[in-house]
Design a protein around this ligand. Structure first.
Ligand SMILES: *[C@@H]1O[C@H](CO)[C@@H](O)[C@H](O)[C@H]1NC(C)=O
Ligand SMILES: *[C@@H]1O[C@H](CO)[C@@H](O)[C@H](O)[C@H]1NC(C)=O
Ligand SMILES: *[C@@H]1O[C@H](CO)[C@@H](O)[C@H](O)[C@H]1NC(C)=O
Length: 570
């Protein structure tokens, strides 16, 4: 009995040990397997996307010459960009029907495209990914050429290295033409794009940014629309690529491009018509960002991007106005998707994902403050206003008074020449037929601009929003907007003039409910501002006092004049 037990123990021990070893073995196998799924570099995962694996080795060398710069310099995650590989698989973000719907495409001999990419200090890995994604996902026959314009980048060997790299990788296998242009001194995006277009030989020209990744099937839906109408210009829907994580998200096809009366770009939410599907092409008052494609001939006929504009800023708004007024149209095509890094610095250009429609309209109405509106942007906007806005340019000046003082080297007459030559419509037409949003702003505004009492202007101090009367000639003197429907008197920072229960005049966030509407509601009586809740008038009886008092028709201390007062539309 004892023997039996003694004999059984070692056997059981061996069994347990074997079982233990086996389970460890299994565990290690499972661990290894899961690791082999998680830790494959992204560059390898993309291997099947293209024959990029061997090029990956080459590209490492090419990007290793990227100049040492902080992430701030590029405004995106350079380290991550360098590890992502020359091309990666992107999620399909368009509607599933876009992929299988038959398309009416003209033969390549009748419709090919020149792609113009102008860049200034772009990181090598980012630029290369833009180029390679384009070449990998564009039907070869339709791609006439690639025109790369290096606009005075500090990386002086970039273009030569790029030429060598592309020669090595694509030289033998593709008949694609590539033009390499360089501006030794920076001439700006506008100049560079115009130069690229003037040298282009394709039927169509696509202006692409240098921090993009084109998605599968981006070209065909655009081409199909363009061949229907020679004066059309099209944009894809831009899928935002996060500058920090480089994550690729689905862009919003319910947005269109537009601008406010300061000539600043805004995304506008569109309403779908009955039976209109979100994936169908739709008209837009302006382009969705700076990526657009149109007939090269038509682009040149329109004078290209206005060459009076400097560096960048406003050029695609100018082209949009010009197009619409001179017989063209703009469409956004949701079946075409191009990924684009929206950098944080231009936060205003970032397409919204949420449904904050009211905020957008409100911001547009009061000419939402732009933190760093540079002198170039002022002068570019002024040129647009002088060239195209006719008498509506006064709206622009009322919101951007500093632009009045900016000298221009040429007369508005010169600028209006194109408009006359091409027999373009007046700006009124654009308001009526293209941008109801802009017209609505105009109709909603009762008055706008600085608000003068005697020789001083009502000013909301920037740092603490303290109300005061300040010199009207001060550059940042507050621009007010009086809204017709709510009677609110708003600054560009969305603060409204209100009255506290103690009858003290206050500045508080503009409200949208009934309570705030009574305390923030003003009526215009001649040059008086009558507060609706108390039926008393805004008054400046002593030099630095602002109060409500009984309205007196001819009291100068109660007379407040806006820079621009609209006629009543009744
Ligand atoms: C990027 O990589 C460099 C060198 O490997 C390192 O010094 C730097 O801290 C990294 N930057 C970021 C933002 O991770
Ligand atoms: C593109 O079209 C132009 C103009 O018809 C033609 O000269 C050129 O050869 C075409 N390019 C390609 C690559 O087919
Ligand atoms: C109205 O809005 C203000 C601020 O915008 C808020 O303090 C107040 O509670 C709101 N009143 C009502 C009745 O919702």
């Amino acid at each position: 009995m004892f023997t039996g037990r003694n004999n059984g123990r070692p056997r059981r021990c061996i069994f347990y040990i074997l079982a233990f070893l086996f389970s460890q073995f299994l565990f290690v196998i499972i661990l290894l397997r899961s690791e082999s799924f998680d830790n494959v570099p992204l560059s390898q995962q993309t291997k099947h996307d293209n024959d990029s694996w061997e090029h990956y080795l080459d590209w490492r060398e090419f990007i290793s010459y990227t100049s040492e710069r902080s992430a701030k310099f590029y405004l995106y995650n350079l380290n991550l960009s360098d590890t992502l590989g020359v091309i990666r698989k992107l999620p399909s973000t368009r509607h599933y029907s876009c992929g299988y719907r038959p398309r009416n495409l003209p033969p390549p001999s009748k419709a090919n495209v020149s792609v113009v990419i102008s860049f200034h200090n772009e990181a090598r890995s980012m630029l290369l990914r833009t180029i390679v994604s384009l070449l990998a996902r564009t039907p070869e026959d339709y791609l006439h050429e690639l025109i790369l314009v290096d606009d005075g980048s500090q990386d002086v060997t970039l273009l030569a290295d790029l030429k060598r790299w592309m020669g090595g990788v694509f030289g033998a296998s593709r008949r694609l033409g590539v033009q390499f242009l360089v501006n030794r001194e920076r001439k700006g995006l506008i100049w560079s794009r115009n130069r690229g277009a003037s040298l282009a030989g394709g039927h169509y020209v696509l202006f692409l940014d240098s921090h993009c990744e084109v998605n599968e099937g981006w070209l065909e839906p655009l081409l199909e629309r363009l061949t229907l109408s020679p004066q059309l210009a099209v944009s894809p829907v831009l899928d935002p690529i996060d500058p920090l994580t480089l994550g690729y998200r689905k862009g919003n096809e319910l947005l269109k491009g537009g601008f406010d009366w300061s000539l600043h770009f805004h995304w506008l939410r569109r309403q779908l018509a009955e039976k209109e599907l979100p994936e169908m092409p739709y008209k837009s008052p302006a382009f969705a960002g700076g990526i657009l494609m149109m007939s090269r001939e038509w682009f040149l006929k329109l004078g290209g991007f206005n060459s009076y504009l400097k560096i960048w800023g406003g050029e695609s708004i100018e082209l949009a106005i010009k197009l619409w007024l001179c017989g063209g149209q703009i469409e956004i095509v949701p079946c075409s998707r191009i990924g684009h890094i929206f950098r944080r610095r231009h936060a205003f250009d970032f397409p919204p994902q949420s449904d904050a429609q009211e905020t957008y309209l409100h911001r547009m109405l009061i000419g939402f403050a732009i933190p760093h509106f540079s002198p170039t942007q002022y002068s570019n906007s002024k040129i647009i206003a002088e060239s195209w806005l006719d008498e509506y340019k006064n709206m622009f000046y009322a919101l951007r008074p500093a632009a009045r003082r900016i000298p221009l080297d040429y007369t508005s007459d010169e600028m209006q020449q194109l408009s006359r030559q091409r027999q373009c419509q007046p700006f009124e037409w654009y308001l009526r037929h293209v941008s109801p949003e802009l017209r609505m702003q105009f109709e909603e505004l009762a008055a706008t601009g600085s608000l003068r009492n005697g020789d001083r202007c009502l000013h909301a101090r920037q740092k603490d929003a303290q109300l005061m009367l300040a010199s009207c000639h001060h550059g940042d003197v507050t621009q007010w907007s009086m809204l017709r429907s709510s009677g609110q008197l708003s600054t560009q920072r969305e603060l409204c003039l209100g009255v506290a229960s103690t009858k003290r005049i206050t500045l508080e966030p503009c409200g949208r409910n009934e309570t705030t509407r009574m305390t923030q509601r003003w009526l215009r009586l001649g040059t008086h501002l009558l507060h609706a809740g108390t039926l008393q008038c805004l008054d400046n009886p002593l030099r630095d006092r602002l109060e409500l008092s009984v309205c007196r028709p001819h009291a100068p201390s109660q007379s407040f004049q806006f820079a621009l007062e609209m006629e009543t539309h009744t």
